[in-house]
Design a binder for this molecule. Structure first.
Ligand code: AMP
Length: 351
């Protein structure tokens, strides 16, 4: 068990690292951010900051030597330079390596006994055509690596679209997934402690626009309720199968009576931001409890539920309205320029 006063290294200095550092400060821990950018928003609220490339093994080693434990808030990281950190890295590199390759991720999820959309591995235009025919289009191409928030994706709605879609994703190794007809999306945000205990938060229903999460609502609603037990079993198998330490988030489609896994992120997640005010322990504190070897916190709701709305791009211009609204909890990430599609903050309201 690492005592207050210990230093937590966080690889990645975005808003997830920032909210983790704020949770750490409340418990008396220090955070040290590692990020390649000049002024990452997490560094603003942390004790130390090292600017370095994610691929620089020497710099990462020196950074880790200055920390008591190291975690990550971002999964598009090269696992090789992190492998040298050994047990100090929580979660370990297995979670990272599997999550950042969509083909490996799907094989792993299936191996855990969980359900994914029918899919094929894609290495050529011929593979795209074959997948369209075999899966019975429409299909969605997703690059195996470096996709997020709907980036690196292209639909194939008819056989004639195959070439354009293959070009659109840069003719890179990919997966093709059958287009799923789902009533809703939801996620299981689950934590696994150093001793293997798991706890899942109440389940949010997630609404996306243009591939980006707009709103999470808890409870998820009566149509999702019957799927939660199975989905939680899937999430538990995944987090345990990875020997993961920390929070992990599994995203699902609600397809009739079936919960279908879309993907998982080996980290705290945007669909868990509501927990800061809405649950007795936030996802950020829970992640810290896991990696520090502390007992897991109570995940229950503090009220009847919550909604969390993302402030994306110019949405943030309305910040003064949220500050004036009774019962609205405004979070701004201190990111500067409000570019389109950029997550600038969020607002949570309790029910
Ligand atoms: P992802 O980057 O995999 O989370 O995908 C972004 C969004 O695209 C998801 O939240 C869904 O709304 C949609 N999507 C992803 N995969 C599929 C699929 N197989 N069928 C239908 N919609 C999908």
């Amino acid at each position: 068990m690492l005592a207050p006063g210990s230093t937590i290294g966080i690889v990645g200095g975005g808003q997830l690292g920032r909210m983790m550092a704020l949770a750490a400060a409340r418990l008396g821990y220090r955070c040290h951010i590692y990020d390649p950018h000049e002024e990452p928003c997490a560094a603003e609220v942390s004790a130390d900051f090292t600017r370095g490339d994610y691929g620089d093994a020497e710099a990462l080693k020196r950074f880790a030597e200055a920390c008591d434990v190291v975690t990550y808030e971002f999964e598009n990281l090269d696992a090789r330079p992190l492998a040298g950190l050994g047990d100090k890295l929580r979660p370990g590199t297995a979670s990272l390596e599997i999550a950042q390759d969509r083909a490996a991720e799907k094989r792993f999820i299936e191996g855990c006994g969980a359900r994914v959309a029918p899919w094929r591995q894609i290495d050529s235009l011929d593979d795209v055509r074959a997948a369209f025919a075999e899966l019975g289009g429409p299909i969605l191409l997703k690059t195996r690596r470096y996709g997020y928030d709907g980036k690196g994706q292209a639909w194939v709605r008819s056989a004639e679209d195959a070439e354009a879609a293959w070009n659109a994703i840069g003719e890179q190794p990919a997966v093709a997934e059958k287009g799923m007809r789902f009533a809703a999306e939801f996620s299981i945000v689950i934590a696994r402690g150093l001793d293997g205990e798991t706890r899942a938060f109440p389940v949010p229903r997630n609404d996306h626009r243009d591939g980006i999460l707009r709103r999470s609502t808890v409870p998820a609603g009566p149509d999702i309720e019957p799927l939660i037990a199975e989905a939680t079993d899937f999430a538990r198998s995944i987090v345990t199968g990875l020997n993961h330490v920390g929070v992990l988030t599994v995203e699902f489609f609600a397809c009739g009576a079936s919960a279908v896994v879309n993907e998982f992120a080996p980290r705290v997640h945007n669909s868990g931001h509501w927990t800061i005010e809405g649950a007795k322990t936030s996802q950020f504190e829970q992640h810290l409890r896991c990696i520090l070897g502390l007992p897991l916190g109570d995940v229950s709701l503090v009220s009847a539920g919550a909604t969390m709305d993302n402030l994306i791009g110019s949405d943030v211009d309305a910040w003064a309205d949220y500050v004036a609204e009774a019962g609205a909890y405004l979070h701004l990430y201190g990111k500067g320029e409000a570019r389109p599609g950029r997550k600038m903050g969020h607002v949570t309201r309790l029910k």
